[in-house]
Design a protein around this ligand. Structure first.
Ligand SMILES: C[S@@+](CC[C@H](N)C(=O)[O-])C[C@H]1O[C@@H](n2cnc3c(N)ncnc32)[C@H](O)[C@@H]1O
Length: 308
């Protein structure tokens, strides 16, 4: 299957990074190299380091970035600092994180991310570790319900988890469509009017399988530390849980004095290390949403480092 993914807010994202032709740039989520190619094109004497935890994406991106001064690395961007330090890179001019999954991962039946295509219930971006089937067949009803509620904001989380536990006692749940059918049968019919009833639970399972939120704050902090003064960190999120984490971390970089308001002179000595590139998140235009439905929930936030 061809690796196809339309890069979201391409122009806005590239503009946010304010690329210097001799700079060092990092794409932590290279995917199909849509954003990366545009970064790499703008470099003369500069260098791009592109990361992805998915070996399929690394293969495709390596091919697409041939001919540019770019190195593609199969690693989790949570380990960006370690990976870059390992190859002698201490500071960079810009970092992009385009979170979540690619259209290729969603649409490729084999990967098990989609409730629309029958496939083994996998969902592992890195193809390593516990799969969605491992979780669905082994976690308690309470744990499953928590995941569906916390990461999917699923109203019928406990009911759905109960139906899963009942069904897996008959035989293990190993495919996407069987799980989707169990979810559909567990929720009231009105839920069918509001998109596919399995959408939220599939998102929740994917987040849990890939530990997408567990270390995100740390990863954002580490990415910001890696920036030179004047460098920019841009992050594209696709759901409110991710966006909340990114917004909070960026606000923290931009916070100065934290002394209580009744103290006349600052004693904490804290000054902001960052400055927001745009006060509000950038969102896709109506035209982009019409051309690419998957962009509809995207938000781009960028912060510039102004002090070490
Ligand atoms: C939305 S896609 C990126 C698309 C890319 N910007 C493009 O233009 O083609 C997200 C990519 O990030 C990867 N990914 C998600 N979380 C990751 C992580 N923690 N570390 C490394 N890669 C990650 C996924 O495997 C996927 O390929």
């Amino acid at each position: 299957m061809e690796f196809s993914h339309i890069p979201v807010m391409l122009n806005e994202t590239i503009a946010s990074l304010d690329i210097k032709e001799n700079g060092i740039y990092v794409d932590g989520t290279v995917g199909g190299a849509g954003h990366s190619t545009e970064i790499a094109k703008r470099l003369k004497g500069g260098k791009l380091y592109a990361f992805d935890r998915d070996p399929d994406a690394v293969k495709v991106a390596s091919d697409r970035l041939k001919g540019y001064n770019a190195t593609v690395i199969n690693a989790n961007f949570f380990d960006l600092k370690y990976e870059l330090n390992n190859i002698g890179v201490d500071k960079v001019d810009g970092i992009l994180l385009d979170l979540g999954v690619s259209s290729y991962q969603l649409d490729n039946g084999d990967r098990g991310f989609s409730y629309k295509t029958d496939a083994p219930l996998d969902m592992r971006m890195s193809k390593k570790g516990e799969s969605a089937a491992d979780l669905v067949n082994n976690l308690s009803r309470e744990e499953l319900a928590r995941i569906f509620k916390e990461y999917g904001e699923e109203q019928f989380s406990y009911k759905i988890a109960g139906a899963i536990v009942k069904e897996r006692d008959i035989s293990p749940i190993t495919t996407t469509i069987r799980l989707a059918d169990i979810i559909v049968s567990a929720v009231p019919s009105f839920r069918r009017r509001d998109g596919h009833p399995a959408r939220k639970c599939f998102q929740a399972l994917r987040i849990e399988v890939n530990h997408e939120l567990d270390g995100l704050t740390n990863a954002i902090n580490n990415a910001f530390d890696l920036l030179k003064v004047g460098g920019v960190l841009s992050v594209i999120t696709f759901h409110s849980l991710e966006d909340r984490i990114v917004k909070k971390a960026m606000k923290e970089f931009c916070t100065g004095c934290i002394c209580p308001p009744d103290i006349p002179v600052c004693v904490c000595g804290r000054t902001p290390r960052g400055e927001l590139v745009t006060r509000k998140p950038v969102v896709p235009s109506t035209e982009e949403i019409n051309n690419n439905k998957r962009s509809r929930s995207a938000k781009l936030r960028s912060v510039k480092k102004i002090k070490e």
